[in-house]
Structure formats: structure tokens, C-alpha cells
Design a protein around this ligand. Structure first.
Ligand code: NAD
Length: 427
């Protein structure tokens, strides 16, 4: 199924005190990566508006925190049913604003629903307990809501990443403040409206748009007790430092450069499909994407399979677009630099045919680059696009030495038919 792009320009204000409020600091356009046209406008809140929203959230949380978890869960149960009802329309909008395929956008929401279903089970879990501290002394511990909890999310999963935290924060009695990516603010419209329709009391869900200024105003506000962040490593570190310096709890997830170890005994079909889909899924714009292939020994037939699969993908329906023209220019520049440094292009995504009618979109086809050296740009910098760099390794020990020297830590995979070798890599 193809993504249906919005026919009209959507406006997304800020959800402040339970209502959509126009930001006082102007607005910014939302451009669809599919055709580089404006599909939305989001408005920017002033510091005063952010303060007002957070004070209101703080007051609203007091009642919500006292509401029994079974009643809070009922609202989330309604939220789940509304999301399921509206799944396709939300997926189309997500796909339109971030360039994913419709299938990827839908799958991301399904993952979000899994978290929501987990959150619904929290009412049946132990939320406290008692200890006998000493003779005549008993201690009781309880899980209490923190208060107002903020989350700052990236462009590449506009629905799934926020859903990692929204259901759990709300089920456990907190007020939730969301600062979506300034590249993909529109999905927030659908999620916030679904929560309102589900019966969530005003003030418990706040949406604030913008970039660094909004993020700083949120982190610094005294009523914000905890901050979740998902995005690039540099910003993750800055958010972590700012929040923890103020004594707040911060969970910050950053970028990645995921390596795959490929051994000659790996199943040809499975490795061809798995490795190709890993680096091309979400056009390589995901933190779990394969980025470097550590090719051990003679794996030529496997590499041919990867090329075969990747070059068969149709842009638009089977592989999405890049988020911005700037990102496309960056990737094309990187491919040129890598080529000049002596690497060999096995599959050149710059030459891929762009879907008809979407010629202005931010497309780059799957690109496979061989003879890349460890430590070079292609092997160590998070490029965030459909690019697979191949580093040739004489044996598994060399591959593991390279893998273990990578500064990122999201994921590592191994393709082999040997359980013993797989176990060695995993360890
Ligand atoms: P980003 O760091 O540019 O932006 C993330 C969020 O921070 C956005 O809401 C953005 O508006 C805000 N922001 C941007 N610059 C800021 C600044 N200077 N100060 C404060 N806030 C700022 O990331 P992105 O480009 O939206 O997302 C891609 C990155 O996210 C990649 O590095 C990817 O690996 C990472 N990511 C990681 C995970 C994970 O689970 N580890 C999941 C998804 C994405």
C-alpha cells in the first residue's frame, strides 16, 4: 500500500492546558520528504506559554496521581482502541512527514501499541511492598508518580518512540510533556487528539514544539522532574548534562553505527535478505540499522545476494525517503569522499530511479561500498542513510577486534550457521 499524502496543509499548535494553542513565537513549515512540498505548519510556543503549560500540568497531575491506577488504565484502554481504529490514518500522516513507507509507519505504531498493552498490565503488578526492618519496625515502600515528566523525541520514529513512554508515564500517574522533533511535529496532533477523545483529563498531556529553546525551557522548569530523550549522541549528551546538573532524572538514548559480522557458512538467502533489509529499512534512518558489514573470508556469494535484494527495492513503496535535502546532500557528499579515499562502490544509490511524480523528493537508493577501512568515515561516523560499508576481515578475531573498538553500542549481529561461533560473538 502506498502512502496517501495530505491534500491540505495541516496546522499543529501546542497542546497547553488541554487545548490547542497557537504559539506566540511564529511558526515553521513541515515539508514531506516524498515530494518536498509543504504539508503542515507548526507554531512555536514562547517561554511564557511553556511555563504556563508546565504549571498547569503540575496542578493536573496532583489529581491524576491520586486517581486509582485501575481508573487511569481505563483511559489508556480507550486510547488503545482509538489508536487501533485510526491506525491507518495515523500511519499515512507519519509516513508523509518523515518519509517512511506506509508499512514501516504502521509497524512503528504497532510496536507502540505493544508498550501501551504492557502499560495496561501495570495495574496488576506489585506497586509496593513491606519489609520487617527490625523488631517492631516495619518499612513500606511504594511506587509514587514523579509528577511532570518530559520527553524529547527524534524525527525517525514520530509515533513509536513517544509511545515508549506515554502509556507508562500516564498509567503510573504522571503528567506527560512531549516535545516532538521539529521535523515531524504533525503525528502529535493525532496522538494528543486520541488521548483527549479517550477521556484523559486536561493538562495531563502537553505538546510543545520547537528546538533548543523549547527543550531548555522544559528541562529547566522546576516542575519537570524527569526527562526522556532519544536522538543524536551530541544532543543526548547536552540534554543529559543539563538535566542531571539540575538534579533531575534523565534517560538519554543516542546514535549508532551498527556492525554485522558475516561468516562464510551463513545461510545465503537469510543473510542476503536480513542484511539488505537491515540497512535499507527506514532508508537507513534508524538507530538499529546495519551500517558496517564485517565480511570474514570469502563471502562473495552473500554479498551478491545482498546487492540483488537491495537493488530490487522500489523507492516509495518498499523503501522510504531521507528526511531533508540537507541530509541527502550530506550523504551524497559522504559517498563522494569515501569513494575518493579509495573505497569501491558496488551499488550506487545516487543512480536509482526516483518514483514518478515524486522527482523533487529526498531520495537516495541503497548504496553498498566495499574496501572500507576501520576507523575511516564510512566505518565510524553515523551517516544515517541507506549505506552499507564493507570492511574485509581475514578471520573472526579480526572482525571482533574491529567490532569491539566501535564507540557506539546499540546493536551487533552475526550471520553464521554455527551455534558455537554465534555464541562466541554474542559473548
Ligand atoms: P536530533 O538529536 O537532531 O533531535 C532529537 C530531538 O532533539 C528533536 O526533538 C530535536 O528537535 C531536538 N534537538 C535538536 N537539536 C537540539 C539541541 N541542540 N538541543 C536540544 N534539543 C535539540 O536527532 P534526530 O536527527 O531527530 O534523530 C536521529 C538520531 O536519533 C540518530 O542519531 C539516531 O541514531 C537517534 N536515535 C536513537 C534511538 C535509540 O533508541 N538509541 C532511536 C531513534 C533514533
Amino acid at each position: 500500500m502506498q502512502t496517501v499524502l495530505p491534500k491540505e496543509v495541516l496546522t499543529c499548535h501546542n497542546m497547553i492546558c488541554g487545548e490547542w494553542v497557537q504559539g506566540e513565537l511564529g511558526s515553521f513549515d513541515v515539508i514531506s520528504p516524498y515530494h518536498a512540498q509543504k504539508i503542515g505548519v507548526a507554531t512555536l510556543p514562547s517561554k511564557n506559554q511553556i511555563d504556563q503549560a508546565l504549571e498547569f500540568a503540575h496542578k493536573a497531575q496532583k489529581n491524576w496521581g491520586k486517581t486509582p491506577i485501575k481508573e487511569r488504565s481505563q483511559v489508556l484502554y480507550n486510547f488503545r482502541n482509538i489508536l487501533i481504529r485510526d491506525l491507518d490514518s495515523i500511519a499515512h500522516l507519519k509516513s508523509a512527514e518523515c518519509g517512511k513507507t506506509f508499512g514501516e509507519a504502521r509497524a512503528g505504531l504497532m510496536k507502540g501499541l505493544e508498550v501501551l498493552e504492557f502499560a495496561l498490565s501495570l495495574q496488576n503488578l506489585d506497586l509496593g511492598g513491606k519489609l520487617e526492618g527490625a523488631r517492631g519496625v516495619s518499612c513500606e515502600y511504594r511506587r509514587e508518580p514523579l509528577g511532570v515528566v518530559a520527553n524529547i523525541t527524534p524525527f525517525n520514529f514520530p509515533g513509536m518512540v513517544p509511545m515508549w513512554t506515554i502509556p507508562i508515564c500516564l498509567a503510573l500517574g504522571n503528567a506527560y510533556v512531549w516535545k516532538p522533533s521539529d521535523k515531524t511535529p504533525l503525528t502529535a496532533l493525532k496522538i494528543a487528539n486520541a488521548l483527549v477523545e479517550a477521556g484523559l483529563p486536561r493538562g495531563l498531556f502537553t505538546v510543545l514544539h520547537g528546538g533548543i529553546e523549547s527543550v531548555h525551557a522544559i528541562i529547566d522548569h522546576p516542575q519537570v522532574k524527569a526527562i526522556g530523550f532519544v536522538g543524536s549522541t551530541k544532543v543526548a549528551q547536552a540534554v543529559y548534562q543539563r538535566g542531571t546538573h539540575l538534579g533531575k532524572r534523565v534517560l538519554a538514548l543516542g546514535g549508532a553505527k551498527n556492525h554485522i559480522v558475516l561468516l562464510p557458512d551463513a545461510n545465503l538467502e537469510l543473510s542476503g535478505l536480513g542484511i539488505s533489509d537491515s540497512f535499507t529499512g527506514c532508508a537507513g534512518q534508524r538507530c538499529m540499522a546495519a551500517s558496517v558489514l564485517l565480511a570474514v573470508g570469502n563471502v562473495e556469494p552473500h554479498i551478491q545476494k545482498i546487492i540483488e535484494r537491495a537493488s530490487s527495492l522500489k523507492l516509495g513503496s518498499e523503501m522510504g525517503a531521507l528526511i531533508t535535502q540537507t541530509q541527502k546532500d550530506f550523504l551524497i557528499g559522504a559517498i563522494e569522499r569515501i569513494e575518493k579515499a579509495g573505497a569501491k562502490i558496488l551499488l550506487d544509490g545516487r543512480r536509482l530511479q526516483v518514483p514518478q511524480g515524486y522527482e523533487n523528493g529526498y531520495w537516495l537508493g541503497p548504496t553498498i561500498i566495499d574496501q572500507v577501512f576501520p576507523g575511516s568515515e564510512a566505518a565510524s561516523v553515523e551517516l544515517f542513510g541507506p549505506i552499507l560499508s564493507i570492511v574485509r576481515c581475514k578471520d573472526l578475531s579480526e572482525a571482533m577486534k574491529i567490532e569491539n573498538s566501535v564507540e557506539y553500542g546499540n546493536a551487533c549481529s552475526v550471520f553464521t550457521s554455527s551455534g558455537a561461533l554465534a555464541d562466541r560473538v554474542v559473548r
